[in-house]
Design a protein around this ligand. Structure first.
Ligand code: NAD
Length: 416
């Protein structure tokens, strides 16, 4: 089976590399020439643990040419971005653009798989009609379409792709089901076959639930902070309950990234379109929008006027293990510090390049230089921050770095 992956981002590139590792012939297609040239030089276009070394051990072709990538493909995974528009509805333009470009080279019986996250109903109501209209071909007869949402997490993307908790496939045809069974034959997890809209909803419901768990524990943490209780002890006690579980109960400065925020927003918009008031979803967003400002509040307890103050930041990526800064909670904190005319110094082991695209007014430093500041804010939970020297420092911690709590002179945890 020849596989083509459209979109060499965090999902598409990992998907391509992992299928190539399973000995499928894989073509990666992206409109970004720089990414494609890097991949062909065996350099990963972004940071993800073990990705560079796996890339060096596999055979994979990368191209910007739709003809080259589509003509011989049996299965085409669409993995381009699906951000939200200004009105917070799903922006399907990248998916439709990819569809439009591939139509010209489509062959009979090809299977197109939507791996990008799209709101429930999108494949049936928008993507299939779009492909049929522009190609003159009929889905189910001339070509096939299926939905196969991705659940990997940046930071552990390879591991997650190779060891999924489940594989969800939305398709309407027994032959398509058989293709997926073969494709995922090496995976021993539960495989659920359902219709496209249900598969799409499973992805949104899962992401929204995870976001709810974190906003919930952040709210509990905000209460804990007032009564001198460590929310991490509370989470441990809660986590022993199998109905609750310990994961995604790590309180902190809020959740970010390329998925949870936009997916929650898109489902809120979809719900409203359908006449459903999304009370819970709107409040988890509100909790999350407020959470990073707790860091500033705590900082101001110690430095009321931030003008001219040297403030060091450890971590700018939205989470540890990635260089991705999309919707990172470091962003509103840095903006606020700059607004208050603080002198901002930052260190992140992987995200400096992406941070530089956002902020030219901050000083990019080593961890040691950041530690030499009037206050240190910890905004990403990189493991290496546990090995730094915090003696004599004022630390405001948004990510529960135990070493900082143990060693620093003055320590404030955001929710503990
Ligand atoms: P990304 O922004 O990292 O990558 C998207 C890539 O698609 C870019 O390299 C871009 O150049 C390319 N692209 C855009 N238009 C194209 C076109 N017409 N033809 C070819 N390439 C094109 O995105 P991502 O983070 O990998 O996310 C992709 C999808 O997967 C989204 O729908 C996202 O919601 C979903 N998802 C992401 C994650 C994650 O952790 N990042 C996890 C699960 C699901």
């Amino acid at each position: 089976m020849n596989i083509t992956v459209v979109g060499a981002g965090y999902v598409g590139f990992v998907t391509g590399v992992c299928f190539a590792n399973l000995k499928y012939k894989v073509n990666i297609l992206d409109t970004d020439k720089e990414k494609i040239s890097k991949i062909n030089k065996k350099i990963s276009p972004f940071y993800e643990k073990n990705l560079d070394s796996l890339l060096k051990s596999i055979d994979i072709n990368a191209t910007t040419d739709y003809r080259e990538a589509i003509t011989d493909a049996d299965v085409i995974f669409i993995c381009v971005g699906t951000p939200v528009k200004e009105d917070n509805s799903l922006d399907l333009s990248y998916v439709l653009d990819a569809c439009k470009q591939l139509i010209e080279f489509m062959k009979k019986n090809q299977l197109i798989v939507i791996k990008s996250t799209v709101t429930p109903g999108t494949t049936e109501n928008e993507i299939i009609p779009f492909l049929e209209k522009h190609s003159g071909l009929k889905e189910g007869k001339d070509f096939h379409l299926a939905v196969n949402p991705e659940f990997l997490r940046e930071g552990t993307a390879l591991y997650d792709f190779q060891n999924p908790d489940r594989i969800i496939v939305g398709c309407k045809n027994q032959n398509v089901k058989k293709i997926f069974e073969k494709l995922y034959d090496d995976f021993s997890c539960p495989k659920m076959f359902t219709d496209p809209a249900t598969a799409e909803m499973i992805k949104y419901a899962s992401n929204c639930f995870l976001a709810t768990k974190v906003s919930f524990i952040n709210e509990i943490g905000n209460i804990c902070k007032k009564i001198n209780v460590d929310v991490y002890d509370v989470a441990e006690g809660m986590g022993y309950d199998k109905r609750i579980g310990r994961s995604f109960l790590n309180a902190g400065a809020g959740w970010g990234g390329s998925c949870l925020p936009k997916d929650v927003k898109a489902l809120i918009t979809k719900a409203k379109e359908l006449g459903v008031k999304p009370i819970i979803l709107e409040s988890i967003l509100e909790v999350n929008d407020r959470q990073p400002f707790k860091i500033i509040e705590l900082l101001k307890k110690h430095h009321q006027d931030l003008k001219g103050k040297d403030i060091g930041i450890l971590g700018g990526a939205f989470k540890q293990g990635t260089d991705d800064t999309r919707e990172s909670k470091a962003i509103p904190v840095i903006r606020e510090l700059l607004k208050e005319q603080a002198v901002v110094k930052i260190y992140d082991p992987q995200a400096e390049k992406n941070l530089k695209k956002l902020f030219s007014q901050v000083k990019y430093c080593s961890a040691e230089e950041v530690l030499d500041s009037q206050a240190i804010l910890i905004l990403t939970g990189w493991k290496e921050f546990e090995d730094l020297e915090y003696k004599g420092k004022l630390v405001i911690d948004g990510r529960k770095i135990n070493q900082a709590k143990k060693e620093s002179q003055t320590y404030e945890g955001v929710c503990w």
